[in-house]
Design a protein around this ligand. Structure first.
Ligand code: DGL
Length: 278
């Protein structure tokens, strides 16, 4: 019998950067990815919309039989994870900008944080920032426009470069030596960031830490799949991961190929109605 999958949710394609790390660490787990690309980006939508849509999407994943969920979106975690934990009786792992590892990595004790406007405006982020402010100075910049470009498959075009330059300049001017990629879409910009700033900043991406946290939660709940009970990682990728989107399946398939080098089946799913017009 096929093991129950782990649901991985993002507003769009960014969660694929988390899925990549989950697959590397937990190769026997079956995965079900859901991109709400029809409504991406979430980063500048009303917060009530983000919360309600996160609930709808994760309820859909739970209804598909997922044994655990990863909210692979900083914005959705910031505004929706509390309500989600109250609603769904499943192990749920969220993501947050990697400020703690950044403080540990920084020598200049000036850290740049690139995240969506909604993440930066959240109470959850304010609490995290406040808990570390005595150890480090943080220069936060909203990466408005970047998620929309990445959703189109653009990770290094002129608009992306221009936007990144605008965000990174005040960080470098302030002496930042570490950059938190506080949105799961941004790891796909790492090469472009490197191209623009060389080695001047250490990049912090929390994908590996999230995969480890998931591993711990699965073990804690006795839900982990192993070589005997789980999938064969050498098998056809279609059997290992199912990729779903609320938008165009062919686009998701193409992006999974471009960003993850996997040839997977993708399908369009309908999760309606949206709670509030965005
Ligand atoms: N990947 C989401 C995050 O980590 C992107 C948010 C958006 O859709 O703007 O915040």
């Amino acid at each position: 019998m096929s093991p129950s999958p782990i649901g991985i949710f993002d507003s769009g394609l960014g969660g694929l950067s988390v899925l990549r790390e989950v697959r590397a660490l937990l190769p026997h787990e079956r995965l079900l990815y859901l991109a709400d690309s029809r409504y991406a980006p979430y980063g500048d939508k009303p917060q009530a919309f983000v919360q309600a849509r996160t609930l709808q999407a994760c309820e859909w994943l739970a209804a598909q039989g997922c044994k655990a969920l990863v909210v692979a979106c900083n914005t959705a975690t910031a505004h929706g994870i509390q309500a989600l934990r109250e609603r769904l009786p499943l192990p749920i792992v969220g993501v947050e900008p990697g400020l703690k590892p950044a403080v540990a990595a920084s020598r200049s004790k000036v850290v740049g944080v690139l995240a969506t406007a909604n993440t930066l405006a959240s109470d959850k982020f304010a609490r995290l920032l406040h808990s570390l402010e005595d150890q480090c100075r943080f220069v936060c910049q909203p990466g408005g426009g970047l998620v929309a470009r990445i959703e189109q498959g653009d990770v290094d075009g002129p608009l992306v470069r221009e936007r990144l330059q605008t965000c990174l300049a005040p960080m470098l001017d302030a002496g930042a030596d570490t950059l938190v990629l506080g949105c799961t879409h941004y790891p796909f910009l790492s090469e472009t960031v490197r191209d623009l700033i060389g080695e001047r900043m250490t990049l912090i991406d929390t994908g590996v830490a999230v995969a480890r946290q998931l591993q711990r939660k699965l073990a804690e709940h006795g839900l982990a799949a192993d070589a005997e009970t789980g999938v064969d990682p050498g098998a056809n990728p279609i059997a290992v991961a199912r990729y779903c989107t609320t938008s165009d399946a062919e686009h998701l398939r193409g992006m999974a190929r471009a960003l993850l080098h996997v040839d997977a089946a993708a399908e369009t799913v309908v999760i309606e109605p949206a709670p509030i017009a965005p």
